[in-house]
Design a protein around this ligand. Sequence first.
Ligand SMILES: [Zn+2]
Length: 296
Amino acid sequence: MRRSQVADQLAAIGLPALPDPLAAPIADSHTHLDTVCEMVGVDPELSLAAAAATGVTRLVEVGCDVAGSRFAEHLASRYRQVVAAVAIHPDEAAELAARSPEALTDAIEEIDRLAGSGSHVRAVGETGIDHHNTPEGPGWAVQRDSFAAHIALAKKHGLTLAVHDRQGHRDILDVLDAEGWPDRVIMHCFSAGADHARRCLEHGAWLSFSGTVTFKSARPQREALAITPHDRILVETDAPFLTAEPLRGRRNGPYLVAHTARFIGDRLGLDELDCCRMLDRNTSAAYGGEWGADHD
Ligand SMILES: [Zn+2]
């Protein structure tokens, strides 16, 4: 699809305009094209075309439940520019367990199966702790157990662990320390400050920055970014959520990761070409190797 055709289709749906193409290709290291489709009305084909039109040539499609994880696996099996992450999100884990203990066990069994389905599945995630959406109570213990089970799956399949952490910094470190850190761990949508960043970096984790790092209130995240070694920095949209400034509040898509990538480059004093190359290299390393047009 030509850039002008993509631009017209986005405008027809009322979405933000395409940013100028980036100086070099990058990846959106965490996105949800199924939710983009449901909430925004952009089908995955158009999401991928819009991304490519801005130089976002690869992406990681992340599952949050069984249906989303099956979708991610399927999308990655169809498109060479996509790899998948599969998991039961901590909020979903708490809900399933509240329904019946078997419901969560069965769901994690399906994640185990999907995690082993081929080299297009690169990560177990997003899993972790969410003390914001899940109220204090039995759900918090369920989240810890589910996180531990996902850590075991990442190790079993030799995959990256993609961690969701919302107001759960201490539990995240507790569970990882107790279970043992997998070889590759990504702190998705890093939301803490420099102290927590240091703890994660000590274990070799990558910190993935979303559009929230551009928000006025995000001084702690910018301090974390400033102390993160350049080879540990990732960029993501978490689309359709968390749209970066200057488009905060609008619907997000992988093509808008360009705004956050440029913001990171500015903060670090890197020119755009170097920043893009750095981010692209880091995404491959964090997800266990390259993929895309020339790679399987
Ligand atoms: Zn996400």
